[in-house]
Design a binder for this molecule. Structure first.
Ligand code: ZN
Ligand code: ZN
Ligand code: FE
Length: 739
């Protein structure tokens, strides 16, 4: 006979609202152990007693069999005197103390719920809001903490007896699943015309919506974090009509397919990509289209060979596909640049003239979110938009800092982050802060985080740029505010993610960021520690003629670079791109340096190269130039252009003269990418530090592929954080955290 003892476990991480207590209850019963489990301010407390070998078995199961959404970040165990309990209980949470537990993102439907949805004998057969503790909405329905039904937008729906039984039974998968409901007691679906006429309800409404899509209508459907605009992705005329109505000439649309087989018909998938598409995050994954004719409309992603694809992730989407004939465009319903619309009234206001019908339901989306977007390069996952399924995202950091800190991020692809109790919590993607709706969402996000975490910051951190909305907001708060240089923050965020303490060579390449000297940076090699950084090398600056005008009209960048290198003899080449009069005007701007900031951005060099590769007109979306260059890249071309690295400056402008001679777009694009890799290799040899890559330029698949193949030094990319400005908030926090 062995001894009996009693143990106390303190567990932190994602352990509340994920079925953790019933899980502990189940394994305690299994090993005939007594005691209790409860939620407290830090996570979960377990006191448990019984025979020692049973306690060992319990501990093994605790770590091995975790519920799908749970994650243990930190735990302690201590032995105390055996008390002689005779039962194991789930004790009530002390409500006042649950404010540091992370609010979880919305999750796609789990396999068990999916099976029920499709089982004619189950009471949730075809029930479009089926969910359980392991899946379904969370972030989108939570108003305040603790995460409990009265504090969610499920509050108006009174559970029926059957749902209540499930909700209160610790052995049921739906024990304390806050959005639990069924066709008897849950929300109602309605299909309306844009004039507001009610056309049908519930399952009928789904069937009718599918028929409308099949018949070539443009519709909207309220999904998990907001409305999707939808139409048949194979119907050229409808896709063209959508582009016209949305004033969106070329920016690619994401396509939702019924299942993975349907995706494989039109795209080539690597094992990793397939795994990512099928994962419970159900993100949009950028994948390669198969060559040749495809039933997917060529207007969905013009001029590029890639497609953003994803699978239905709510029971509602899954049921819709039961009745659809083809894959559909499913894109966030919004006005260009604004946040996703999550409310029917706004939808009617803002998308009048774009959509014809919409499917709505009467459960409020309290917090909106977009679909997450990522891509795989080899085995590496690069996150481009962190939202549904991923954010809000929390992780533990190695610091004893006791303060509460808010990071307001940058300007484009803004996201905010907070630090408290050894944890960093990152918000979902907010968007570019250059319209009122996005700015409102930015402020709302900060308010929501304050509510979720009982959070008033002791310190705010933000970008160095004086004119960013995020900076200006922070300055108004009467709270100490520290500004961190943009590209340094890019590198710091990846250092934080990988817990890098030593000096690294940060390669921060992007479109724009405010430099220490007041010029625009974006082609930076920075030697960084958590304390400070040194700009060890950067691309030779050029003038951004007419400032923002150059960002849209990218021919101006080419002109600026060629004039720098060739003087007046550039004119004859530039006349291919400008009429005489506009060229003359532009040259005046150049010579007088009128409203033309100095800029070292690599992102802008992609624009100039894209012009030489035949891109016409204005850039209509961020990243368009990079995608064109990717599609032209030819791996059999191994040459690169000659550049000089003169101490701290990369002199590359002669490259553009050489490009004029090369003429052939395939050659220009390939040699350009090879040149960038060549520059990285040269500097990596010169500074033998580990390398950290960050910045929007590294969303370029071809560039990253070439880096993976050719850079031999130890290097790091962000994994869980967006590689573009979405990850900057974390870098800002990392700068000020106590070491
Ligand atoms: Zn489920
Ligand atoms: Zn019910
Ligand atoms: Fe940036």
């Amino acid at each position: 006979m062995t001894n009996k003892s009693r143990l106390i476990y303190h567990i932190e991480g994602i352990v509340q609202g994920v079925g953790f207590r019933p899980f502990v209850y189940t394994i305690a019963l299994r090993y005939d152990l007594n005691g209790f489990v409860l939620n407290n301010s830090k996570g979960v407390l377990i006191e448990i007693e019984g025979f020692e070998e049973s306690l060992d078995a319990f501990e093994k199961a605790l770590f091995k069999e975790l519920p799908p959404l749970a994650r243990i970040d930190f735990w302690t165990k201590e032995a105390i005197t055996h008390k002689g309990d005779t039962t194991f209980e789930i004790r009530h949470s002390d409500e006042a103390h649950t404010k540091s537990s992370p609010v979880l993102p919305d999750m796609s439907i789990c396999d068990e719920c999916l099976a029920e949805l499709k089982d004619p004998h189950n009471r949730r057969y075809h029930y479009f809001f089926t969910n359980c503790t392991n899946c379904g909405p969370r972030y989108s329905i939570i108003k305040t903490v603790p995460y409990d039904r009265p504090y969610t937008s499920m509050q108006p729906f009174v559970m029926c007896d059957e749902c209540k039984d499930e909700y209160t039974n610790p052995l049921d998968r739906r024990y304390h699943a806050q959005p639990i409901s069924c066709s008897k007691c849950g929300p109602t679906l309605v299909l309306r015309s844009m004039q507001g006429d009610l056309l049908s309800k519930n399952e009928e409404a789904i069937i009718k919506l599918a028929e409308l899509i099949n018949a070539g209508h443009i519709v909207a459907m309220k999904g998990m974090g907001g409305f999707h605009l939808m139409c048949d992705a194979t119907n050229e005329i409808v896709v063209g009509r959508l582009r016209e109505r949305k004033h969106r000439p070329t920016k690619p649309f994401a396509v939702m397919f019924k299942d993975i087989e349907a995706i494989k018909e039109v795209c080539e998938l690597s094992y990793k990509e397939e795994e990512g598409i099928l994962s419970l995050l159900r993100p949009i994954v950028l994948v390669k289209r198969k060559r040749g004719l495809s039933k997917i409309s060529s207007l969905i992603a013009p001029h590029i060979d890639r497609l953003g694809v994803f699978l239905p992730y709510t029971p509602l989407h899954i049921m819709l596909f039961e009745y659809l004939k083809n894959p559909i465009i499913a894109t966030s319903a919004n006005r260009a640049g604004e946040p996703i619309i999550s409310d029917a009234q706004l939808l009617e206001q803002k998308l009048d003239g774009v959509i014809e019908y919409y499917l709505d339901y009467n459960r409020e989306i309290v917090n909106s979110s977009d679909d997450s977007v990522l891509q795989y390069i080899g085995d590496k996952m690069l996150l481009m938009r962190s939202s549904r399924g991923i954010a809000p995202q929390s992780f533990r950091v190695d610091t004893q800092d006791k303060r509460k800190i808010l990071a307001v991020g940058a300007h484009q692809k803004n996201a905010i982050a907070i630090y408290l109790n050894h944890q960093i919590i990152v918000s979902p993607y907010i968007g570019d802060l250059d319209n009122i709706a996005s700015n409102e969402l930015f402020e709302k996000m900060i308010e929501s985080f304050a509510r979720f975490y009982d959070f008033t910051p002791d310190l705010i951190v933000g970008d160095l740029h004086p004119n960013y909305i995020s900076t200006q907001w922070a300055k108004k708060q009467n709270i100490p505010f520290i500004q961190v240089q943009h590209h340094y923050a890019h590198i710091l965020s990846t250092m934080c993610e990988h817990n890098l303490k030593e000096t690294v060579l940060g390669v921060a390449w992007d479109g724009t960021g405010y430099g220490d000297d007041g010029t625009i940076w974006g082609g930076e090699f920075l030697a960084c520690t958590q304390e400070s950084y040194e700009r060890v090398c950067s691309f030779e600056p050029f003038l951004l003629l007419g400032a923002d005008a150059s960002i849209k009209d990218i021919k101006r960048i080419l002109a600026s670079l060629l004039w720098d290198e060739m003087g007046d003899s550039a004119d004859e080449h530039l006349l291919h791109y400008f009429d005489e009069k506009s060229l003359k005007l532009l040259k005046q701007i150049y010579t007088k340096k009128m409203n033309s900031p100095r800029c070292s951005s690599v992102g802008r060099l992609f624009d100039a190269v894209a012009v030489l590769c035949g891109m016409e007109g204005n850039v209509s979306y961020d990243g368009e130039s990079g995608l064109l260059i990717e599609s032209l890249y030819d791996a059999t071309i191994s040459e690169h252009y000659v550049v000089e690295i003169d101490d701290t400056i990369i002199q590359y402008k002669s490259m553009f003269v050489q490009m004029l001679h090369d003429k052939e777009p395939r050659l220009i694009a390939s040699k350009f990418i090879n040149t960038l890799v060549h520059i990285i290799i040269r500097l990596s040899v010169q500074y033998s530090y580990p390398i950290v890559f960050s910045g929007g330029v590294f969303q370029n698949r071809t560039l990253v592929e070439q880096i993976l193949q050719n850079v031999t030094q130890n290097f790091h990319f962000p994994i869980q954080l967006a590689i573009n400005d979405g990850g900057i908030c974390v870098g800002q926090l990392y700068k000020v955290l106590e070491k």
